[in-house]
Design a protein around this ligand. Structure first.
Ligand code: ADP
Ligand code: MG
Length: 259
């Protein structure tokens, strides 16, 4: 059975169509990327998939059941979402923010127990946040804040992780760090990952399957190496690009064709 099944989804915010008849599906354990130019509908699609937004038309099923029929807490045990703007500026400590990931699992009126504490500590150590656990998140760098958001999602122990541009605004070292943590989590736990990526080279390097959006429609969907076709990408992004193979990894990468 497919984990996610998206059928005929369209979204209209009132001024025109932002998503137009989107259908695709995703098996459990996939590593799936959504790419497309600014404004092509990526964030909207992610909000629809994760049940945060009911589309004007069409339906999303998660494990065979319409996503909007799940109770909020039930869905949060299954799907963790890192939205584009993230947790960031709350004046809570790193540990408190990560602890929020456990809320969907708490019984009514009960607090974090020793098992939750163990999970939180393990996640903090895995992501290298143990030393800063008492610091308010709004005093951390952008890169560390993004790791805190990821840590909160990990503490949630979801079966699917949805990330909206997790590496935008991060320096290259933190970009790789965030992507490597997601990859390791995906490889070790077999979770399903859906991420919107701005950077085509990261998409080529870290995603197995890709969906390319152009003005609210699916332009291509399939294996990353096939979707990242030089002609397709050049036409969708309206700029000259040269596709090369990564000299070490062999995955597709793009260079700008002109100065
Ligand atoms: P992307 O993430 O690919 O940049 P979005 O899904 O954020 O694209 O946006 C697609 C289009 O929908 C854009 O033109 C954006 O301005 C518009 N849009 C997004 N959210 C809303 C909203 N809540 N109300 C009205 N228009 C919106
Ligand atoms: Mg977006």
């Amino acid at each position: 059975m497919n984990l996610f099944e998206v059928t005929g989804v369209s979204q209209d915010y009132g001024w025109g169509q932002v998503l137009n008849d989107i259908s695709f599906h995703l098996a459990e354990g996939e590593n799936f990327g959504i790419i497309g130019p600014n404004g092509s509908g990526k964030s909207t699609l992610i909000r629809v998939i994760s049940g945060l937004l009911s589309p004007s038309q069409g339906e999303v099923r998660f494990r065979g059941k319409p996503v909007h029929t799940y109770r909020k807490k039930e869905l949060a045990r299954q799907i963790a979402v890192l939205e584009q703007e993230g947790t960031a500026l709350l004046p809570f400590s790193v540990k408190d923010v990560v602890a929020m990931g456990r809320y969907p699992w708490l019984k009514l009126f009960s607090d974090i127990n020793s098992e939750d504490e163990r999970i939180i500590a393990e996640v903090l150590k895995t992501l290298g946040l143990w030393e800063v656990r008492a610091k308010p998140v709004n005093t951390l760098s952008g890169g560390q804040r993004q790791l805190v958001s990821l840590a909160r999602a990990m503490a949630q122990q979801p079966s699917a992780l949805i990330l909206d541009e997790p590496t935008t605004y991060l320096d290259i070292g933190h970009q790789v760090l965030v992507m490597q943590h997601v990859r390791r989590w995906y490889m070790e736990q077999g979770i399903t990952v859906i991420m919107v990526l701005h950077d085509l080279n990261l998409a080529g390097q870290y995603c197995d399957q890709l969906l390319l959006l152009e003005q609210g429609q699916i332009r291509a969907w399939g294996k990353a190496a096939e979707v990242l076709d030089e002609g397709t990408i050049t036409s969708v992004y309206r700029t000259g690009l040269i596709k090369v193979n990564h000299p070490v990894l062999g995955v597709p990468q793009f260079l700008l064709a002109s100065v």
